[in-house]
Design a protein around this ligand. Sequence first.
Ligand SMILES: Cc1cc2nc3c(=O)[nH]c(=O)nc-3n(C[C@H](O)[C@H](O)[C@H](O)COP(=O)(O)OP(=O)(O)OC[C@H]3O[C@@H](n4cnc5c(N)ncnc54)[C@H](O)[C@@H]3O)c2cc1C
Length: 210
Amino acid sequence: MKVKLLSYLPDEKTFEDLRKRGLSRREWLKHATFTFSIEGASRSCTHQLVRHRMASYLQQSQRFVELGKNSYVTPPRIKANEKSRKMYDGLMGVIWDGYEKLIKAGVPVEDARFVLPNAAVTNITMTASAESLMNFFKLRCCMHAQWEIRELANQMLREVKKVAPFLFADAGPWCKMIGVCPEKDTSCVFYKTRRGKKPIFQSGDEGGWT
Ligand SMILES: Cc1cc2nc3c(=O)[nH]c(=O)nc-3n(C[C@H](O)[C@H](O)[C@H](O)COP(=O)(O)OP(=O)(O)OC[C@H]3O[C@@H](n4cnc5c(N)ncnc54)[C@H](O)[C@@H]3O)c2cc1C
């Protein structure tokens, strides 16, 4: 998966000038916006992403764009096991053969796509305010979130921190932001060590969450 911060408002200079003039972080969270390009995520991941309603999306069409062979994401836990990886790749091969045969037989791409799996790759552009991103990071950087959207959230967090560290200094999962774990997930590796502590992270060490 490739995540790129395409643009953001305001630019760094304006942002710094206005900050010096006294606009608070709370005020900025509502007005700063960020646009990301996300390439090579699975449909399963973007299906979860678009549940975040306080954002705008533009997703690659599966009606008009024919997906070539090998356009699928393999979960690391499948990749790690030779037997399951072979089985998985074999299934994907069968699916894509069927998809291509249907198209060759004259079935429109928009109908042939019904056989494609959750693993099929897609590209999506997302624009969201900083406030909405804070909510997204809180939910999706959490170890309770599914691995692919967590990876996406962590990549996005790293991108915004580069350009707006002032806004996102304490952004991250629940336990980092509010010092408690609402999931009460005792199996989480961070549950015991970070529960109840505030601030839980020093700025910049969010990499441990990926
Ligand atoms: C670990 C995890 C597991 C999940 N599992 C499931 C699952 O099994 N099934 C499932 O269906 N979903 C699941 N979800 C998705 C979840 O239910 C939310 O839809 C998703 O996280 C979006 O969250 P949100 O509403 O806070 O975000 P946004 O939609 O971006 O909203 C942000 C905030 O804006 C406010 N807001 C937005 N829209 C409205 C509105 N119409 N009215 C009032 N306030 C609004 C709310 O305060 C909201 O918290 C899961 C999410 C997570 C993180």
